[in-house]
Design a protein around this ligand. Structure first.
Ligand SMILES: Nc1nc2c(ncn2[C@@H]2O[C@H](COP(=O)(O)OP(=O)(O)OP(=O)(O)O)[C@@H](O)[C@H]2O)c(=O)[nH]1
Ligand SMILES: [Mg+2]
Length: 418
């Protein structure tokens, strides 16, 4: 008897449990969706055939109708634009600047890039939700789109670079270009033998601001893979650019490797003679030249970080300049970088008060660091950098010279970091 009653109690308990599960599932449909999504995702990931498996599938082995349906609904490619309506933390009436982040990248850069995105979001963009444009000379894959979209708090857009912006112009002698690459390889010039690096430098010099996805924006912040933001940014840098009337902002500056630009300054001087109308009064010539323009001192802003006004790159002065340099051929016959090209343009075509040094943006791109010089700022901005790594006051930095030319007062602790 006691055995039979125990059995009945157990059966009742089991029935009650099943009933509870059914009620829970009916009242929580999302749990079902989430479960099935997770299951579907897992299935997709594990059912993707590797090269050997692919070869083993006969070519006429077509999927069944229901299998096709499933693929369609589950494997929707990530959209080219991911939109969000998330509010700005500054308040619902806050008006953002017309601005975007922009990153040139390959699919393989994804895991280096996520770190940069996390830094930018955590230190700045989680408060403002600015858009982010990704550009590539190839198609972005779904993984790249999904992962970046999941991390960014603003709208995300993915664009392919048109062929004419990533390739040889027809006036370039490709045999001559190949010979130069071989010579640079022998001399071990960094990226000296790379074709893609040259297309990248030419694209960043002359075309990123012309891309369809960039056309409606006025300000941009360039972000590269594997960068670090060391400090909080507690104000809207794009609004700062707008309200201060700045066209170009930088964090690090240094001397260029002359092997990559042996004749660049000769071309710049030719351009200045042909287009004196583009040279701004009260410019930064004294920052890039020690002898009033006779020679280039190789100082440049490090362009892996830039916050700038896209209209400057779209101006007649810069268009004429880029076209002139492009025709000279140095992007391929030497290895002209976008950093000296942008910097020389900003230094010559802008009045110097339109350039801004972001001393408060703690930044690292291998191998240099901008760490706010004064302790008070580092504490206020919750910086994680070691002040002794601060490159700004070191011998190879051009920023002390910038302070001098701008007649700016150096922060009190600069000499401890020189
Ligand atoms: N789509 C695409 N992006 C590229 C290519 N080469 C470089 N990039 C991107 O262009 C930017 C500059 O390239 P980097 O390789 O970082 O050049 P770098 O900063 O001079 O060199 P590192 O010290 O290696 O960072 C980065 O955002 C890269 O992701 C390419 O062939 N295709
Ligand atoms: Mg880089």
């Amino acid at each position: 008897m006691p055995r039979a009653s125990t059995f009945r109690i157990l059966r009742l308990a089991a029935l009650a449990f099943i009933l509870l599960v059914i009620i829970y599932k009916i009242t929580n449909p999302s749990s079902l969706t989430a479960l099935s999504r997770a299951a579907g995702y897992h299935e997709r990931a594990s059912s993707k055939p590797g090269p050997e498996q692919q070869a083993a599938v006969p070519s006429d082995d077509k999927p069944t109708e229901s299998a096709k349906e499933e693929v369609k609904s589950e494997e929707k490619p990530a959209a080219d634009v991911t939109t969000t309506t998330a509010p700005v933390d500054e308040g619902k009436d806050y008006v953002r600047a017309n601005a975007t982040f922009v990153t040139l990248a390959r699919n393989v850069d994804i895991w280096s890039l996520v770190k940069s995105i996390r830094h930018v979001e955590d230190r700045f963009n989680r408060k403002y939700h600015y858009d982010w444009v990704f550009l590539n000379d190839d198609d972005f894959d779904d993984n790249f789109k999904e992962v970046t979209s999941s991390l960014i708090s603003g709208n995300v857009k993915f664009g392919k670079i048109p062929k004419e912006h990533w390739g040889y112009p027809d006036w370039i002698d490709q045999e001559k270009a190949a010979e130069v690459r071989e010579q640079m390889r022998q001399k071990q010039v960094i990226y000296g033998d790379s074709v893609s690096y040259r297309h990248m430098c030419r694209f960043e010099s002359g075309f990123f601001f012309q891309h369809e996805l960039m056309k409606d924006y006025k300000y941009y912040w360039r972000v590269e893979p594997d960068i670090i933001l060391h400090c909080d940014i507690d104000y809207d840098v794009f609004k700062f650019m707008e309200q201060g009337g700045y066209d170009y902002g930088f964090t690090l500056s240094l001397y260029e490797y002359i092997e990559t630009i042996p004749t660049l300054w000769k071309s710049v001087k030719k351009f200045i003679q042909e287009h004196p109308e583009h040279i701004a009064e009260d410019n930064l010539m004294n920052w890039i030249s020690d002898d009033n323009g006779i020679t280039y001192n190789k100082c440049h802003f490090w362009s892996n970080f830039e916050i700038g006004n896209l209209d400057f790159w779209r101006s007649p002065a810069y268009s004429d300049f880029f076209d002139f340099l492009d025709y000279e051929g140095g992007f391929f016959y030497e290895r002209w970088g976008d950093a000296p090209v942008h910097s020389i343009a900003a230094a010559l075509f802008l009045p110097k008060d339109k350039v801004h040094f972001f001393d408060d943006i703690g930044y690292w791109h291998v191998p240099f660091t901008n760490c706010p010089t004064n302790k008070e700022d580092r504490l206020r901005l919750k910086c994680s950098c070691n002040p002794f790594d601060n490159f700004i006051w070191k011998g190879y930095s051009c920023t002390p010279r910038y302070y001098d030319v701008m007649k700016m007062k150096r922060p009190s602790e600069w000499h401890e970091q020189s």
